[in-house]
Each structure stands twice: as structure tokens, then as C-alpha cells.
Design a protein around this ligand. Structure first.
Ligand code: PHE
Length: 328
């Protein structure tokens, strides 16, 4: 016998042990190689016939074979025995294990409902990035250079000179610059403001933006659209009112309140900002303000979710505590 033959035996032995599919087959392999009359004993007995210069390596190899094979068989025995014990203990009458089911986040729920209502009016969903240019977020929206919302105390600026959008209105700009009227879009998304978090403020939050541009769009269309939305969202009894306000990108501008019941008591609650698109905005995006008119509106989703579900602290919406989230 020589080294090459020894290696051959080792290869076969390990392969056979690996291939053993159950405990009995494994035991056969063990007996074949490792028992007192096994192949390994034979090998050892032949050590004396091995050429002298190969003897040390041959002895070492034979020992290694024994150790490796013993270890492999032990390991496989453990695996095969737990496997069979596991199977024999399987009790089909025990209740199954259910993975905990998640639920839709209240912000996603409210967003989906708002979008669904506007889709029935022919609005389609538009999208824009969270990182915006100053042009899209402020300039094209007719925001004067000294408007306080441009301050670094209010808006997050990036080193690149871009910013984290402070409202969803830049989606209007993007959409108008790449489409010709008539257009009717609804744009939900995340916004950022430099607010210190407290019960009603969060540095990031969500808005839904709406924009309708065509020939002869009037204030009556805006009122009708928002009244329809209010009724769909909160029920037939809801009333709406427009309060004069100012936004740089709409003229005239309004804050819109809904009158409805929360916590057992009906009251006026401010829900949206809205207005007729300022002709200056149309000029900036290359539309002819003599040909088209339009309205726009925006609302905060967290605010709506908090009102609807009676959530007292906006931070609950971001803590991802399943005890809170599973209630919705
Ligand atoms: N972008 C305004 C805000 O964040 C809301 C708004 C949108 C007002 C569209 C009018 C028209 O407060």
C-alpha cells in the first residue's frame, strides 16, 4: 500500500459518510471503516510494508483519516437523530404559529383615501423627489427673495445648493414644465421643515398637492372640487368655508376649513391651503396666463390623520411602535 491508495480510501470513506441518508446507513459506514475489523485497521496493519521514506507521511495520513471520518460521522449522527426526533414529535393537532400580520400605517391609509377620491374626479398621481432645486421649491412658485420660508432656519439646505422640499408644490412646477394643459394631478409626498419636534411639529411630514389647469378653470370649480372631496372624505354633513389668506403661488389664496364632528363635537377645523394659480407661476413654467387658468391646493396628511383618529402627538406616527400602529 502507498500514499496514493490511502488518499483514495480517504476520499471514498468521506464520500460514503456524506452520502449516508439515515442513521442505519451511517452506522454501516462507521463499521466498514472504523470498527475493530474495519478498513482502517487493515491500513494500519500494512504500515510495515510501506516504503520507508513514505512511512511518516503515511502514518500521519492514516491518523488524519481516522480523525476526520470520526468527526464527520459524529456530526451526521447528531443531525440525523434530531431530524428523526423532530419528525416523530410532530403534532398536527397543536395550533399553528402565525406570523404577526402588519397593518397599513395611518399615514398611508389617509393618503390612499385622499388619492382615491381625487382619482374619481379624473386626477392622476404625480411624483417628485424629496431633494429639490431652489427654483422648483421657491423661485418658480413666485416666492419673493425675502420670504421667511427661504431662511435656513426654516428650510434644510444641502451643500449642493439644493434643498429638502418644504412642501409638495414643486411637483406642480415639474409637472407643468413637462406637460401641456389640460392637466389634473394629485401629488402625495414627504416634506421637510426645520421644526423642533413636539406634539404637533415634526421635521418631516407629508402633504398632498392638487393642481388643475385648463381653459376657464374658475373659483367655482375649486369650491365644487373641495366640497366634493370633503363630503366623500368625511360624510354628507360636512360644511366648508374659505378664509382669505396669502400664498405666493396663488391669487387669490385661501385657507379652507371643514366643519365636522370630532370627539363628539362638531367644529370648524383648518384643513387645506388653496387658491387660483398665480399668473406669474404660469409664466415661469412657460404657460400663457391669457390662455389657461387653474387652481391648486395642498393639505397636511399627519394633521388629517391626527384629527380623524384622535391622535394627540404627531411623534406617535413615527415611532413604529406596533402597539400604536396595530390600532388602525
Ligand atoms: N404649499 C402650501 C403649504 O405648504 C399649500 C398650498 C398648496 C397652498 C397649493 C395653495 C396651493 O402651506
Amino acid at each position: 500500500m502507498n500514499l496514493e491508495e490511502l488518499n483514495q480510501i480517504k476520499e471514498t470513506a468521506l464520500a460514503e459518510a456524506n452520502a449516508a441518508a439515515d442513521a442505519a446507513a451511517l452506522e454501516e459506514v462507521r463499521i466498514k471503516y472504523l470498527s475493530r475489523k474495519g478498513l482502517l485497521q487493515d491500513v494500519m496493519a500494512q504500515l510495515k510494508d510501506v516504503p520507508n521514506e513514505e512511512k511518516p507521511l503515511f502514518g500521519k495520513g492514516a491518523n488524519q483519516l481516522k480523525q476526520e471520518l470520526t468527526a464527520l460521522i459524529k456530526e451526521k449522527q447528531a443531525v440525523l437523530s434530531t431530524g428523526s426526533r423532530g419528525n416523530s414529535c410532530f403534532d398536527p393537532t397543536l395550533p399553528g404559529q402565525w406570523p404577526a400580520l402588519g397593518s397599513e400605517h395611518p399615514i398611508s391609509k389617509v393618503t390612499a383615501r385622499i388619492v382615491e377620491i381625487f382619482q374619481t374626479l379624473g386626477f392622476t398621481v404625480a411624483d417628485g423627489p424629496d431633494v429639490e432645486t431652489v427654483w422648483n421649491n421657491f423661485d418658480a412658485l413666485n416666492t419673493p427673495a425675502d420670504h421667511p420660508s427661504r431662511d435656513e432656519q426654516d428650510t434644510f439646505y444641502l451643500n449642493s445648493g439644493d434643498l429638502l422640499r418644504c412642501h409638495t408644490s414643486p411637483v406642480q412646477v415639474r409637472y407643468m414644465e413637462s406637460h401641456t394643459p389640460p392637466i389634473r394631478i394629485i401629488a402625495p409626498g414627504r416634506c421637510y421643515r426645520r421644526d423642533t419636534p413636539d406634539a404637533t411639529h415634526s421635521a418631516n411630514f407629508h402633504q398632498v398637492e392638487g393642481l388643475f389647469v385648463a381653459e376657464d378653470v374658475s373659483m367655482a370649480d375649486l369650491k365644487g372640487t373641495l366640497a366634493y372631496f370633503a363630503k366623500q372624505f368625511l360624510g354628507e354633513d360636512v360644511k366648508i368655508r374659505f378664509r382669505p389668506h396669502f400664498f405666493p403661488f396663488t391669487e387669490p389664496s385661501f385657507e379652507v376649513d371643514f366643519f365636522f364632528e370630532v370627539g363628539g363635537k362638531a367644529r370648524w377645523i383648518e384643513i387645506l391651503g388653496a387658491g387660483m394659480v398665480d399668473p406669474e407661476v404660469f409664466k415661469k413654467v412657460g404657460y400663457d396666463p391669457d390662455k389657461v387658468t387653474g387652481f391648486a391646493f395642498g393639505m397636511g396628511i399627519e394633521r388629517l390623520a391626527m384629527i380623524m383618529y384622535g391622535i394627540k402627538d404627531i411623534r406617535n406616527l413615527y415611532e413604529n411602535d406596533v402597539r400604536f400602529l396595530s390600532q388602525f
